[in-house]
Design a protein around this ligand. Structure first.
Ligand code: 5RP
Length: 265
């Protein structure tokens, strides 16, 4: 691994080997997602508690203060929308020179395994890996499922994660699922968990994040379940306690409940 790759990964993955990434890239295919209408305002109180933000070049340039020191994972795939024909039909949207200009610590791209665009998106990944590694930039592969929520199961996600690692991703982002140890166990590079649509209670989020961490994930890349919460700061701080301070579900929930009161004031 080159010095640049190691150094950039060290910015993202903390000395305890864990990480909390905050994705705010949803607008690249969903438009002004609830509570992310003004990404700069959404993210501001959360920046002190995340290890990186996952963001497109457009939102980065227009909504994030360049004096911000939180590392950037640049979303570099897209070209589709919720109302278009097929969410899987993605291409690479950002050049490597632009990623360097924006001081990205990593670049992230989605793969859509098992879809009509599997081949295309896997070749996007290999091309991106070749280009990014030349500049010492690690690639985070996102195992995307589009609208097909039923794909959140171990056999399928293990397949996607392994393929992403084989094609050169340095980190893989996937969904938590039952039997998550099978997903992590078959993937030779670190795995982070996305959250998916907001669930009903904070407790459910703490439960799956805790379980995933116990089963070998190195951290989370969790968006809607943080910034769509009525108490986003309490939520991210409680999740940080699980990821970085070894808190269990009960401890995280207690912390959440006490921080909620402060956020309410
Ligand atoms: C959107 C993404 C998001 O980064 C990912 O889905 C994580 O966010 P959430 O926890 O809201 O699912 O890749 O395309």
């Amino acid at each position: 691994m080159s010095w640049g790759i190691k150094n950039r990964l060290a910015r993202l993955i903390q000395p305890d080997g864990h990480c909390l990434f905050l994705p705010i890239d949803h607008g690249y295919f969903q438009g002004p997602t609830t509570k992310l209408e003004k990404p700069g305002e959404t993210v501001k109180p959360l920046l002190p508690y995340c290890d990186a933000i996952f963001v497109t070049k457009g939102v980065l340039r227009s909504c994030i203060d360049p004096n911000n020191k939180t590392p950037i994972i640049l979303r570099v795939s897209g070209g589709t929308s919720m109302v278009g024909e097929d969410l899987a039909n993605e291409g690479i949207t950002t050049s490597m020179s632009e990623a360097v200009r924006l001081n990205a610590s990593a670049v992230g791209l989605s793969i859509f395994v098992g879809t009509k665009y599997e081949h295309q998106t896997l070749l996007n990944l290999t091309k991106l890996v070749d280009e990014a590694e030349e500049y010492g930039i690690p690639v985070m592969a996102v195992t995307a499922i589009g609208r097909e929520m039923e794909k959140r199961e171990a056999r399928y996600l293990a397949l996607c994660c392994r393929i992403a690692a084989e094609l050169g991703a340095r980190i893989v982002k996937t969904y938590w699922c039952e039997g998550f140890e099978k997903v992590v166990g078959g993937c030779p590079v670190p795995v982070v968990m996305a959250g998916g649509p907001k669930v009903d209670t904070a407790l459910e989020v703490f439960e799956f994040v805790y379980d995933g961490m116990q089963k070998g994930a190195i951290g989370i890349n969790l968006g809607r379940n943080i910034w769509q919460s009525d108490y986003p700061v309490a939520m991210i701080r409680a999740l940080r306690a699980i990821v970085h301070e070894n808190a269990n579900v009960k401890e995280a929930n207690e912390l959440f409940e006490s921080l909620k009161k402060q956020e309410q004031k």
